[in-house]
Write a protein that binds this ligand. Sequence first.
Ligand SMILES: CCCCCCCC/C=C\C/C=C/C(=O)SCCNC(=O)CCNC(=O)[C@H](O)C(C)(C)COP(=O)(O)OP(=O)(O)OC[C@H]1O[C@@H](n2cnc3c(N)ncnc32)[C@H](O)[C@@H]1OP(=O)(O)O
Length: 298
Amino acid sequence: MALSFNPRLVRGVSRCHAIVTAKMALAASCRDFSAAEKSTVIVNLNDNTGVATIQLNRPPVNSLNLQLLTDIKIALDKLQMKKDCRGMILTSSSPGIFCAGLDFMEMHNPQEGRAREFWRSLQEVWKMLYGSRLATIAAINGHSPAGGCLLSLTCDYRVMAQGKFMIGLNETLLGMVAPFWFQDTMTNTIGHREAEKALQLGLLYSGENALNVGLIDELVPPEKVMQTAQVQMQTWLKIPDLARRLTKEQMRGPTLQKFVQRQNEDVDQIMKFIMDSATQRSLGIYLNTLKHKQLTSV
Ligand SMILES: CCCCCCCC/C=C\C/C=C/C(=O)SCCNC(=O)CCNC(=O)[C@H](O)C(C)(C)COP(=O)(O)OP(=O)(O)OC[C@H]1O[C@@H](n2cnc3c(N)ncnc32)[C@H](O)[C@@H]1OP(=O)(O)O
């Protein structure tokens, strides 16, 4: 079968797979918790406030490859083990792009072993973030399609930058079906009716429309995104941790339990889907539309 390759994407492979060296500029009261010297995330913990920041740091678009997922998981593990860490703000080191979703290079003609590992890592990161004991806020400082939107939806609160940025689960536009746990996370946030439309049509929302449907909680000028997230975090941290955490567990528990029961089945289904030639054909077509910039928001 002839596959349609996007030359710009193919050119981007070496860059996408290159390990990005994080540059750490630490304030006096902040400690570096990055996963390793060469990491695709920058992690700081402020000892005074107990609030950590995880910055996705995989230019140009923070697409989620195996390494980025692994680094997020290691960072979260470390932070959650720190008793004095109570909150986490998830953002991007590249203003204009929060996260472009799953890395196409992990999906396009993958090796099955690597693809399984990749999908299990994504599942693990989702499970950790969705069930995190920390108060979590997404500071969405740019585009946030598909897997990027999913990451932000795992947080307790979302602040997004004003501008021409898009957010949503656009999987159907790629000829893909958002897995049930993507769908559940979306439905839990915006309700069943809106999620039905959003998911079937693969809607990418403008900031204003995302605010209207409740996909985000605040829309602010780009330079105010972090500050707004930090102020909002104080509200969440005024609540006694145990009460807030148990409430979160009760609210999210059923979704997490359903996920755990079907986690292995989900991997098998995804593998069947991604190794199928029709899927790869649709993906190739989508990669070409990406090249010609045909994505638009509602
Ligand atoms: C292996 C197991 C996995 C199987 C999965 C099975 C299916 C499961 C079903 C659904 C889950 C899927 C979830 C997803 O997240 S799929 C990814 C969806 N993402 C998108 O549709 C976003 C695509 N990107 C864009 O729309 C734009 O790039 C942008 C709006 C984010 C940013 O625009 P702009 O600033 O103009 O930048 P460019 O478009 O010029 O991009 C720069 C550079 O980056 C490359 N790139 C963009 N997105 C990705 C990506 N997701 N993965 C890899 N590379 C990406 C782009 O091609 C450019 O490269 P360059 O030309 O070489 O510079």
